[in-house]
Design a protein around this ligand. Sequence first.
Ligand code: ARG
Length: 602
Amino acid sequence: MADLEVAPPSLHSNAMETFQAQLTRKLSDALSSAGLPFAGEVTPATDPRFGDYQSNTAMVLAKQRGENPRKIAESIVSKLDVAEISELPSVAGAGFINFTLKREGVEEKIAELVDDERLGVATDSSPKKIVVDFGSPNVAKPMHVGHIRSTFLGDALARIAEFLGHDVIRDNHIGDWGTQFGMVIWGWKNLLDLESLKRDPIAELVRIYKETNERGTKDETVREAVRAELVKLQAGDSENFAIWKQCVDLSLQEFSKAYELLDIHYDIVRGESFYNDRLPGVVDRLLKKGLAEISEGAVCVFFRNSPELADKPAIIRKSDGGFNYATSDIATVDYRINKLKRDTLWYVVGAPQTLHFKQIFEIARREGDKADFRHIPFGNVLGENRKLMKTRSGENVPLRDLLEEAITRAEKIIADKNPELNEPERKEIAKIIGIGAVKYADLSQYRMTDYVFSWDKMLALHGNTAPYLQNAYVRIRSIFRKNAVDPLSRGGPSSPRRVCDRAGGSRQQTAVTLAEPAEMDLAKRLCQFAEVVPQVLNDFRPNVLANYLFELANSFHAFYEACPVLKAEEPARSSRLALCDLTGRVLQGGLKLLGIGVPERM
Ligand code: ARG
């Protein structure tokens, strides 16, 4: 429940206000003139029968003061000055205040949105300096579906944060250092097949890693030799270092092919090896500050006062002198805060690492680091048998195979749907549809939910899928294309619209008329885009945006069925074309924030 100290959200001066922000501001004014404190934002109505927005402020205040909620609600309503955009607010139930938008208010907002490149989305009034640590696959191991969620989720969050005006660094914290290299190097020296390495480097690296591992389980001398190779690498042996470097380079080349296909970009790639030199310093520093202690020959940080971590110390230097994953993450925090000058660190990493990040963040806090640390965990991708997704032979499904299959399947669907497309065009569209489908299947789920990976579901042209949304966009584009109507000059140069442009001069603005319920419904949804986008970052839920886009597409189809567009008389025709155009732009812009493209036809 909101307490007395809740402050109204700070206002954004750089863009138009959303209805939600406007009503919240008006509510806040009414409360101060009634001598009452602010106690929470106006929210979208939970039930459309009661209107478009609601506030439970009166109930919160009544509870705090032991007064009658309906009475407080009445007194707030008597001070509310919202006539411009809302019908007279009503008091309902236990003391809800309900708002129903006025038609003219929505018409005016739509006209503004049509001319707004940002589709109404304001930038955040307190921009942050963020590092998003996402993807972060391991070298000499294939990137598999398990890395998918981190990659898609992290990319979408980075895009949205950037769009909201935050300063974002995308960092690929690859696993390019660690004990696996003892095996890889031994395998390289004893088992490597150069031809296979040329053909498929990652597959060959994985093969030698696995085979070495297997031999080691049976043969003590192999185990010894593997350990010796690791020690030599850590001591800077030039031969082993060169092998390691080749493995890293080959893996990075493979990763970039996938990233290119996925349209995912990193600003920096600072893998674990980057922090290697800093690890002894980390241990010394923590010992000196008294935050770490020596226990059974190892250096540990204990969390004795934490109920959760009391029996889970972090080992930052093992008794054999080696460093851990934790040590390199402590060095990473330091680098991000002090060298990259970040105030916000997001780690998009699976739920199994929750404990690890709790330890790391706690150590950073004890060191006095002032940053907003967030571990953004997620659930699993399951196969159709509801078990962790694997290939038939029980291996992780390589990401590359998965993407190739997505594209092939999409191509078949497009060939059926539109046989007239020529091959290069079909191939290009298949890429957008196939990859969009895989990304959307992931992002449209709440991130903590395990979901079943199903080709048929994700590629369906109906239902909450990327192809459905992309198809809605294509339909809109075809309205303009087939009829040679330019979306920028919707009703033609003589249509009656005027507005101030950015330079302060005047130009035409679409006269929007929302007479039909389906038009009004679509228009209200379009206005909500600016409310939904910032909401994604509250709890890192791109699925909120995905589901909004799905509902928008549904509203569009209902509108398109109920309201003729090109055959309508003016002014309805121009107004409806404007709604179509705006819907297309919101679909395209919203999908782009999820990292998903749209084709012009399909
Ligand atoms: N490479 C790790 C893995 O595949 C993920 C790294 C996440 N980032 C970090 N700073 N620890 O499990």
